[in-house]
Design a protein around this ligand. Structure first.
Ligand SMILES: C[S@@+](CC[C@H](N)C(=O)[O-])C[C@H]1O[C@@H](n2cnc3c(N)ncnc32)[C@H](O)[C@@H]1O
Length: 275
């Protein structure tokens, strides 16, 4: 245990943190976020026995493993996610996307900013339902995130009772094994769905090792952190990796309005690369 000390965040320190976080992860901390930065990082600074934001920033910069940077970014972002979040996208998958994928043998879907895995797992279940011969196809879901912590959790593929409530009970029974742990029910994703997902750490504003092409890219509730220039660069990079006729799905609170991009608008939060 450690005693929590309230720390003062000087304007110069906020500016240094703001610039550092922007360079590292494209995360744009607007002015007005000083209190958020102060409260979220104070806990970590106290637990390390450090005395100032300046000391903490020095430590993050010196940590070659990148672990402290991950913890810092985790503290400043939210990993909120859920099964069937923004359900209208999964209706769109069922009605428009899977019929388009039906003739293909090689299928690649990318969940960019996958957090703890609920999004790629929902895609995996829906894909298995729509394409009964899926195991004879070359089908992969690439699920990436900046945070090593959320990816570790995602790879375990074990979910609490509260989080599986949005999964239709037929699919829950079909794709999860239920067990009891400390009097709480836990749900583990079955191997057939697990094996469809490849998790990897990837910073969306850095280099990408993969070449695509992807038929669908989900990047939902991630661009909320980025400024206009970063969003514009990102959606154009996604466009390069999509195959003709492929889809980009973004969060319903996000938009491409005001960005220069070549997509066709299909419906709110759904965009298509032209054939
Ligand atoms: C709010 S969650 C969204 C999860 C999921 N896509 C959904 O909509 O439910 C945002 C995720 O974006 C990730 N993220 C933030 N900046 C990122 C970056 N530069 N590169 C990759 N992932 C990033 C965070 O770690 C977090 O897990």
């Amino acid at each position: 245990m450690y005693a929590a000390f309230a720390l003062q965040l000087k304007p110069k320190e906020f500016e240094q943190i703001r610039q550092f976080v922007y360079r590292q992860a494209g995360i744009h901390l607007k002015s007005g976020k000083e209190e958020l930065v102060r409260t979220r990082l104070t806990k970590r600074i106290n637990s390390l026995g450090l005395e100032s934001f300046q000391d903490y920033l020095r430590l993050v910069r010196q940590d070659r493993s990148g672990n402290e940077l991950t913890l810092m970014l985790d503290a400043l972002t939210t990993n909120k996610t859920g099964f069937y979040r923004e359900d209208v996208h999964f209706e769109f998958l069922r009605e428009k996307v899977f019929p388009f994928l039906q003739p293909l043998h090689r299928i690649r879907i990318w969940s960019a900013g996958c957090s703890t895995g609920e999004e790629p797992v929902t895609i995996a279940m829906e894909a298995r339902e729509a394409l009964p011969d899926i195991d004879r196809r070359d089908f992969r879901i690439l699920a990436t995130d900046l945070s090593a912590g959320v990816l570790e959790k995602a790879k375990q593929a074990v979910f609490a009772q509260e989080s599986v409530q949005c999964i239709p009970s037929r699919l829950l029974r079909k794709y999860f094994q239920c067990s009891h742990q400390d009097e709480r029910r836990r749900f583990r994703l079955c191997r057939s769905a697990r094996s469809m997902i490849v998790f990897a750490r990837l910073n969306l504003v850095a280099q990408w090792p993969m070449k695509g092409p992807f038929q669908v890219i989900f990047c939902r509730n991630v661009m909320i952190y980025f400024d206009k220039a970063t969003r514009e660069r990102l959606v154009n990079r996604f466009h390069d990796l999509l195959c003709p006729g492929g889809y980009l799905l973004i969060g319903h609170s996000e938009s491409l309005t005001g960005l220069s991009h070549p997509y066709s608008f299909i419906q709110p939060a759904v965009f298509r690369k032209e054939d």
